[in-house]
Write a protein that binds this ligand. Structure first.
Ligand code: T68
Length: 816
């Protein structure tokens, strides 16, 4: 596939770039300028993919195949240009073409803005899965929302997080193809009206609604050099003409424009995952907006194939719900089938259950979605009626199977009563789906044995596991070209399609010459990062130090605090001269805190304050440095991860559903210090216990400690180093201008019971970190461990995950 066809030659590329600069952008191609030539290159690359995209979409129709609809309110695709270039196998040609214009491809790539249409792991997972669906030729689509504003832009001002608007579409994106001819009407509010049909049956229709249009905007997702291009369809809200006319007819021009603007607000902004998702009316509107638009599109395609009956719907359509955000789909499909297609309730329900499957991404109780009955009843009155009917039939059934078990009815009901009446979206997703999966083995086990135990008893076999994965294309080939080349030089390039081939590297783990080349690549990556940090922050860091990275959303369960306590401990040891020998480290932190999560924002301030104290202390010098990189995003992760020596995966056991950053680090040869949580457990299993730094209480310990008897104060009193670190935080050592500033952090650990068991794991963590330093001092040992990490990561390719979904859940096969 890489053999240059005529339009892949450097000359044709150059012609196209200049043609686009002149005729698409209306700019003078001379002299070549970075911004314009970047766009010229984008359009030229896009042209080369569009044909493949059209062909792929046509092939779906020709083969009348079952399709997968991956529904996700979030996607974090990262920059597109290099991904497209590599998918086409045109990197060398592109480099040469722009070089001939006196430009540098790597610099042009930096012109692209990151589409931040997601919060973190869940959205990035969706994008890895799109990449794998395309590469594995699984016929499918991604569906979501084209937000005008993605996740906020984070800056750090005086150590504090500031949130700015991320107006990523300010300049039109060359990748977003607006489809003005795919518009659907979406209804809200109004009421459900009963009427009698011609056969005398009571039926319902949804009337007096307000409406808005959903316009399709498509983004291509190419497979890797296989000619298969999957579509990601994102909906944009557009006001209806009717809406305007109504106002205009009343002579209310400003009112007309205002309601137009308001209705278009639906797709304006991505919600950050705040501590509690409750009560946000616009968020529920977003969910239904994208669900209703997607189902009209699904039905349009289904009808196009001329099916005589809806019975075969589940043979044509598999819908994956990425968390509960699209779970209102279940009520929507019931409404369509019963109200519009006149199917019986029983037939419609069978179709629903055969169509949907649901992925859960969290066990944190505060993150489980509920919507008040009042809000759903007002915004989606017919759907609420349907949810009540689903619940009535469901509880009837449970009541018959388990007579007298009122407790069971209460725990399983779709409606929670304790906090005003709330609809539990996870319960709706579970009973409306044929399969429910967790995202790592431990997480799936917790779903079955704790969170949804009663559901598992009720529906044996419904709960399953698909361990998350990451795409090797972005997370090794693209992010780490030097390591990819080294790997390719000894085992070839098959790993790009089949990551299990990396295991062939194990044979080289002790080979001194290969080890040296491995170290050189890692050194080079660290130097590149040091340069980036200097450019961005003006902070000099030493690439010879151990690069220790903790990069992910800031959350108490992810325990950045535990890491900070270790940093302070090292700092104190250096200052007191109590370590005979210290291995110099640079600590990297990056990540956003939800704007309403005060404790997380205070943690950011603390990290920066500790950084300021440590970095400014002449007694420390190069031995310890702390940097907080603002505005963590996909592109930044691509720069950080290849340069990491140590990956911090230190969540409280049982709380991180899977983690995917952990996989990216290990794939790039970083060693992990981690708890037995999420996918860490499976990573440790494959890379080997000897090649993983383990510490901390297990999930069962955590459960036991939460049941009573845990006393963090006693631990504080009995550990001198810990006590000293906490006292420094609480007495203002790091905030002399406001000594009480960090009290809430210390209070959460001492006065409020330390829910995340930071103190319980401190001693073991610090001890394991000492073992990290010791290993790092033995380059041959460290390098061997690093190579073995990369070599054994084959399992964590998202291609493997996608093929498991395809085989076991969706029942679809790759197109041939
Ligand atoms: C993450 N969840 C899990 N949620 O925390 C992580 N939540 O362990 C897992 O690896 C990853 O999903 C992929 O499975 C999230 O990222 C969100 O971003 C989110 C967004 C909106 C509302 C709630």
């Amino acid at each position: 596939m890489t053999a240059p066809e005529s339009n892949q030659s450097v000359e044709s590329l150059k012609d196209d770039i200049q043609r686009h600069v002149a005729l698409t952008l209306g700019s003078d191609p001379f002299p070549p300028r970075k911004g314009r030539y970047y766009l010229g290159l984008c359009y030229s690359v896009r042209d080369r993919l569009l044909g493949q995209w059209l062909e792929t979409q046509r092939s779906y129709y020709d083969s009348i195949t079952k399709r997968v609809y991956y529904m996700s309110l979030e996607f974090l695709p990262g920059r597109f240009l290099m991904n497209y270039i590599q998918a086409l196998g045109m990197e060398e040609e592109c480099r040469e073409a722009v070089r001939d214009f006196g430009l540098d491809l790597d610099e042009l790539l930096e012109e692209e803005w990151n589409p931040g249409l997601g919060n973190g792991g869940l959205g990035r997972l969706a994008s890895c899965y799109m990449d794998s669906m395309a590469t594995c030729r699984i016929p499918g689509y991604g569906y979501g929302i084209l937000y005008d504003y993605g996740i906020f832009y984070q800056t750090i001002v005086n150590g504090y997080q500031h949130e700015g608007a991320d107006n990523w579409l300010r300049q039109d994106s060359p990748w977003v193809l607006r489809r003005g001819h795919f518009m659907f009407l979406i209804n809200f509010y109004g009421r459900s009206e009963a009427y009698e049909d011609s056969a005398g049956h009571e039926r319902f229709r949804w009337v007096d609604t307000e409406s808005v249009m959903a316009m399709a905007c498509d983004i291509m997702v190419p497979g890797h050099q296989n000619g298969h291009v999957t579509n990601m369809r994102l909906w944009k809200a557009i006001s209806t003409r009717d809406f305007e006319l109504e106002h205009f007819n009343r002579g209310d021009y400003i009112g007309a424009v205002q309601s137009k603007v308001e209705s278009e607000n639906i797709s304006k902004v991505l919600y950050p995952n705040d501590t509690s998702p409750r009560g946000k009316e616009l968020r529920l509107r977003q969910q239904y907006f994208f669900v209703a638009a997607t189902f009209q599109d699904i039905l349009r395609r289904f009808r196009k194939n001329n099916y005589s009956s809806f019975d075969c719907f589940p043979d044509q359509v598999a819908v994956q719900l990425n968390d509960t955000h699209p779970a209102i789909s279940i009520a929507e499909l019931m409404r369509i089938l019963v109200d519009e297609e006149s199917l019986t309730w029983e037939t419609a329900w069978t179709i629903c259950q055969k169509t949907f499957s649901y992925t859960n991404h969290t066990v944190l109780p505060e993150a489980l979605e509920t919507w008040s009955v009042e809000l759903i009843g007002r915004m989606l009155p017919r759907h609420l009626q349907i949810i009540f009917e689903i619940n009535r039939r469901f509880l009837d059934d449970v009541g018959k199977r388990f007579p007298g078990r009122v407790d069971l009815l209460r725990s399983l009901s779709l409606i929670a009563e304790d906090n005003g009446k709330q609809v539990r979206m996870a319960h709706l997703a579970i009973i409306g789906s044929h399969t429910v999966n967790g995202v790592a083995e431990l997480h799936s086990k917790i779903l079955k044995t704790r969170l949804f135990k009663d559901f598992d008893n009720l529906y044996p076999g419904k709960f399953t596991n698909v361990t998350n994965g990451i795409t090797p294309r972005r997370w090794l080939m693209q992010a780490n070209p030097a390591l990819s080349e080294l790997i390719g030089s000894v085992i070839g390039d098959e790993w790009i399609h089949d990551l299990s081939h990396l295991s062939e590297l194990a044979a080289y783990a002790d080979d001194p010459e290969f080890q040296q080349r491995w170290q050189e690549v890692r050194k080079r990556n660290k130097k590149l990062l040091a340069r980036y940090v200097l450019r961005k922050l003006g902070v000099g860091i030493n690439p010879a130090t151990l690069f220790d990275m903790h990069i992910k959303r800031i959350h108490e369960y992810k325990r950045q605090i535990l890491n900070v306590l270790h940093v302070i401990t090292l700092y104190n040891r250096i200052r007191s001269g109590s370590v005979a020998h210290h291995v110099p480290r640079t600590l990297f932190f990056a990540g956003k805190a939800a704007p309403g999560y005060m404790q997380a924002k205070l943690i950011i301030k603390l990290i920066n304050a500790v950084g300021q104290a440590v970095n400014g202390d002449p007694a420390v010098g190069n031995d310890l440095r702390v940097v907080f990189l603002p505005n963590y995003c996909v592109s930044q992760a691509e720069k950080l991860i290849p340069a990491a020596d140590l990956s911090e995966q230190i969540s409280t056991a049982g709380m991180e559903a899977s983690g995917t950053g952990n996989m990216k680090f290990a794939l790039n040869g970083a060693l992990t210090i981690g708890t037995l949580d999420g996918a860490n457990i499976e990573i440790r299993e494959v890379v080997g216990e000897d090649n993983f730094f383990l510490f901390g209480h297990t999930e069962e310990d955590v459960h036991r400690l939460h049941s009573g008897g845990y006393d963090p104060v006693q631990i504080y009193e009995s550990n001198i180093e810990l006590k000293k670190a906490l006292d420094m935080i609480s007495t203002g050592f790091f905030s002399p201008e406001a000594p009480g500033l960090f009290r809430p952090i210390v209070d959460s650990l001492l006065a409020h019971g330390d829910y995340y068991l930071v103190l319980a794991d401190y001693a073991k963590y610090v001890a394991e970190q000492a073992r990290v330093s010791k290993c790092y001092e033995d380059p041959a040992l460290w390098t061997r461990m690093s190579i073995l990490n990369t070599a054994n990561m084959g399992k964590f390719s998202s291609d493997r995950s996608i093929m498991e979904y395809a085989r076991n859940i969706w029942k679809v096969s790759p197109l041939t």
